[in-house]
Write a protein that binds this ligand. Structure first.
Ligand code: TRP
Length: 451
């Protein structure tokens, strides 16, 4: 067997895993979900889930990868033949996510181009964003551009270069986000928005909120799709697994929290506290931020830099999403790299078109009030990921047993501080919780009852 290459040290590992985790999920998806699902309530549920559930699942995935030295497709199978299907199921998730991820990536490039060509005033208009996404060829064009750039990097194998650039850009993105958030808070009415974002209201807690928070947790931390198993397979035994997981979580959640700070109070300020503005959904970032930039002194300049940084965050995540799918075909079907990449490119191109057109020409396609893009998002995040997570818990909890994972965690210094939390979560809490949540989401999807 070929020797697997390794991350040279713990920081390298944490940064690489965070690079996969931090992307549009943090900056675009988290704020609009938090705004939609009751602000502080969503935030609180998300945090609780992150430190219990997300923590346990990430430990399990990384440990599985490090123990077996294999990627998800083969890791489950190598430990128990009956669980080969889980690797395949996990691999299906990125295939659904990748195409629509590129549609949003296209929106980011579009906004960059608008800002750099001086269209800030126009972009700050209420109807600008809807006007743009309801078009036919324009959004498609930007989507093609984004996916072509991603494919180009994957085919030419220049990820290393992109990774280097984005590692340098990530801290700038954080600083810029803080500056924009602080500025946003000085706007009239923003404080009310801050309260909404931070203060939980128990009356907002519902199965739907919990499901949304859980889906976001998986999405944002790249869990329940085999990614972290692969990353774990590159991790050395002498790097502490438990503290690495803590650091990745803090990093990822911190950036999502800041993105919410940047967007939600500003929505309040610009909508005069009108609650309907909060449920804008996927367009929230593109509707609010241009208004913030238009009202800032150096707004054009800051807007341009901001969208470049978001573009890089999105590009690195898109590259690693595409890599995952490409390597899936290479492993399973023994295709060469170029052939797999071309296939994935064409497949994603075809799959992404309906998501892009779903706000315009294909607007008539709707299910539970969701557009095509939202449906893709729902199927991957609210249906497939909970299923993968459920079977991963069963696999770890009852087939290979939690102690196997615990031993892997202890391989570094003999300690696993949160071992009892981990065991109870994986065996008892998480599976029941996942089934309940999944049942309610499927029931509501089938219209059996409304949640
Ligand atoms: N976690 C990424 C984000 O927050 C999105 C993502 C989901 C991802 N699955 C992935 C990134 C797989 C890389 C690989 O935007």
């Amino acid at each position: 067997m070929q020797k697997r290459s390794n991350f040279s040290n713990k920081l390298g590992f944490v940064l690489a895993a965070s690079g996969s985790a931090v992307g549009l999920g943090n900056i675009w998806r988290f704020p609009y979900l938090a705004a939609q699902y009751g602000g502080g309530t969503f935030l609180l549920i998300y945090l609780i889930l992150a430190v219990t559930f997300g923590f346990s699942l990430m430990i399990a995935e990384i440990a599985l990868g490090r123990k077996t030295g294999l990627s998800a497709i083969s890791a489950f199978k190598s430990l128990d033949k009956r669980f080969g299907f889980l690797g395949v199921l996990a691999a299906a998730v990125p295939i659904i996510i990748f195409p629509y991820y590129c549609v949003i990536g296209g929106w980011v490039i579009k906004y960059f181009s608008v800002f750099i060509t001086g269209g800030v005033k126009a972009a700050a208009e209420d109807t600008y964003f809807t006007g743009f996404i309801s078009g036919t060829f324009e959004p498609l064009g930007w989507f093609f551009l984004f996916i072509a750039l991603t494919a180009l990097v994957v085919v030419c194998g220049v990820e290393q270069g992109i990774e280097k650039v984005s590692k340098f850009m990530m801290p700038i993105l954080v600083i810029l986000t803080i500056i924009i958030a602080v500025y946003g808070l000085t706007l009239n009415g923003a404080m009310e928005g801050l309260v909404y974002y931070i203060k939980p209201h128990m009356s907002d807690v519902s199965a739907k909120t919990i499901l949304a928070a859980m889906g976001q947790l998986f999405y944002s931390m790249s869990l329940a799709m085999g990614i972290m198993v692969t990353y774990g397979s590159y991790m050395k035994k002498e790097n502490n697994l438990e503290s690495s997981v803590r650091q990745i979580e803090i990093f990822d959640t911190g950036i999502a929290f800041l993105a919410g700070m940047m967007i939600i109070p500003a929505v309040f300020a610009f909508s005069g506290g009108d609650r309907t503005a909060l449920s804008a959904g996927p367009g929230l970032m593109f509707i609010t931020l241009p208004k913030v930039f238009a009202s800032m002194k150096l707004g054009v300049f800051i807007g341009v830099i901001f969208f470049v940084l978001v573009f890089f965050a999105a590009l690195t995540s898109a590259i690693s999403l595409m890599e995952t799918i490409v390597s899936f075909f290479m492993d399973k079907l023994h295709w060469g790299r170029k052939k797999s990449a071309l296939f994935v490119f064409i497949l994603a191109l075809i799959m992404g078109v309906p998501s892009s057109l779903g706000f315009g020409p294909l607007g008539f396609i709707s299910w539970m009030g969701m557009s095509v893009l939202d449906i893709m998002d729902f199927v991957s995040n609210s249906v497939l990921m909970p299923i993968v997570a459920f079977f991963t818990c069963i696999f770890v909890g009852f087939i290979i047993k939690p102690s196997v994972i615990a031993d892997e965690v202890k391989a570094t210094d003999g300690r696993f501080r949160a071992e009892s939390l981990f065991t109870v979560m994986i065996k008892w809490v998480a599976p029941f919780f996942l089934i309940a949540i999944l049942a309610s989401s499927i029931a509501s999807a089938l219209g059996i009852f409304k949640i």
